[in-house]
Ligand binder design. Structure first.
Ligand SMILES: [Zn+2]
Length: 254
């Protein structure tokens, strides 16, 4: 569908990007993205995906907004305390860009419900606060063949990986199984700007994939982006395929 005059203005700075144009904008408008977790990572991811004009966002989070969330979970504001994050997020997005359709689910994704919940989406943003959920979403997205943006944060540092099943290594290629004894942000804190960066990287990867800017590397490796807010080192590590990984069956080349 051609863009309206208002859409041409709203998305003018997208459309002007060399290689982007109205065609890429139309791809964003047709895309359906699930965001699992509407906290520190999910907030910037949802904001930038909505602002960019992604057609539909599925907003998943079982929790309510608490006072200790507000130093980083910028989708939510003080009047939202005690309200479901999914509802608060949908209202914030509606104020930013009423063109975006939102579906809200005050739901914790688990083995029993994740496949059905994510089935209708083109791509998934993992923005949870625990390793078990990250690995669950990795495995479900491998099964469903859906691209997945994963990120993790703690204190002043964070990492992000974008997984396209069969095209780049998965989370388990980088970390074979749920690591033991890793502290959480409720134990070691997190500065809000850190998930701000990592969640923005997730949004950028998703947009790149939707509009066709994303390309796999010829050598089959993936990228693990890391941010160290203490030293301000930004790194990209290469992730190799692990031949015994559950994603190995999806690779067409050895
Ligand atoms: Zn793998």
């Amino acid at each position: 569908m051609p863009l309206s005059d208002d859409q041409k203005l709203r998305y003018q700075r997208n459309i002007l990007i060399p290689g982007f144009g109205e065609e890429a904008q139309a791809k964003l408008a047709a895309a359906r993205v699930a965001i699992v977790g509407l906290g520190g990572l999910g907030s910037p991811a949802a904001f930038y995906l909505a602002a960019a004009g992604v057609g539909e966002l599925g907003l998943f989070d079982p929790d309510i907004v608490e006072l200790s969330n507000l130093q980083r979970q910028v989708l939510h504001a003080t009047p939202d305390l005690g309200r479901p994050k999914a509802v608060s997020a949908a209202e914030t997005i509606a104020r930013l860009n009423p063109e975006v359709r939102t579906t809200t689910a005050q739901l914790r994704l688990a083995e029993a419900n994740a496949r059905e919940a994510l089935d209708g989406y083109d791509v998934v943003v993992e923005a949870t606060d625990n390793f078990a959920a990250k690995f669950l979403l990795n495995d479900v997205c491998l099964d469903l063949g859906k691209p997945l943006a994963v990120a993790g944060i703690l204190s002043l540092s964070g990492q992000a990986q974008f997984i396209v099943p069969g095209a780049v290594p998965c989370l388990r290629c980088a970390v074979a199984d749920v690591p033991e004894g890793v502290p959480t942000t409720s134990e070691e804190g997190v500065l809000g700007a850190v998930p701000g960066i990592l969640g923005s990287i997730e949004a950028l990867e998703v947009i790149r994939w939707i509009v066709g800017l994303w390309r796999p590397r010829a050598d089959g490796t993936g990228a693990l982006h890391s941010v160290d807010g203490e030293t301000m080192r930004l790194n990209t590590l290469r992730v190799r395929r692990r031949p015994t990984c559950r994603c190995a069956r999806l690779w067409s080349t050895p």
